[in-house]
Design a protein around this ligand. Sequence first.
Ligand code: ZN
Length: 340
Amino acid sequence: MGEIVTVGGCRVEAEARACGYLTLPDFFADGQSVEIPFLVVNGARPGPRLYVQVAQHGSEVQGLEAVRRLLEEIDEKEMAGALIYCLPNPLAFRERVRATMFDPRPGGMNRVWPGDPAGSPTERMAYAVWTELVKGADAVVDLHTGNRHAPVWVFYEAHGVSEKASRETAERSEEMARLFGAPLLYVETEPYGGRKTLRACCVDEGIPAIVPELGGAGYFDEEIVGLVVRGLRNIMIDMGMIDGEVELPERQTVLKWTADPKAAGVFANKGGVFLPSVRLGDIVREGEEVGVIYSPRTFQVVERLVAPQDGYVFSVRENPVVNAGDRVLAVPEIMRVLEN
Ligand SMILES: [Zn+2]
């Protein structure tokens, strides 16, 4: 027998779906309310709750089309538990910006979790989302979108980064990151974002959570959308919410994230024009040449750049014009390679 769930004040029968708004009245200077849209799919049997959000950074919309397709695919009559979706920052979304005038810079809404009912406008919105939608969840996926040519990767944290997060929550987050099925996993080995990201707040609360960074900002990429649908489906299968076979890529590379961007970066010490000799996804050795800087006046090489450590070419600067101190490459360390 299914059960009725009430989420965000919205009562949803078993085998049904419903949309609602979290409403914060008297919000804007003109007296209008802010309304945060959400959707709930309630299955035919009791079970776990998966919370998925898109575009807390309002311009990062790649996940939307994947959620639409997933919602089209799943059948609440065959599903267990509940899927909760939210667009937590409608103000940034409608403006197509990463952060609004209300959001802190540069981290945007992702530096205010779990929010504050007496705080800034963004903290109030986050608090409503956190208390009404996130806190009752058994797993959280916070979908972001990186630069146009950025790879797809999933961010999670290692056990021990937070004193509050249990080993079980950390291991479950790692498993979700693997199940998402991106070719790259990025494991946080040092604290990041002052524990004010949604993901960090979740794991501190005992809720496994991941942040997929999807690449392709500003448009829908068929390949990425397909990957996200598969990833969310894999997680739901693993949670026992839907039937099916988990599908994973043959190999996934786990990179080590460190708080100091200098640790894995290659920086220009001389200004000029950057010409890389490696590409995204290459594996390099410490001391290996990865590019040069040449003078736009003489066309002579003014600096040869080398990899600071063995690593994976995770990002390559696109704009070739560099000044002294600009980062041109990121070459994080490979922690392990998962063969599936
Ligand atoms: Zn983001």
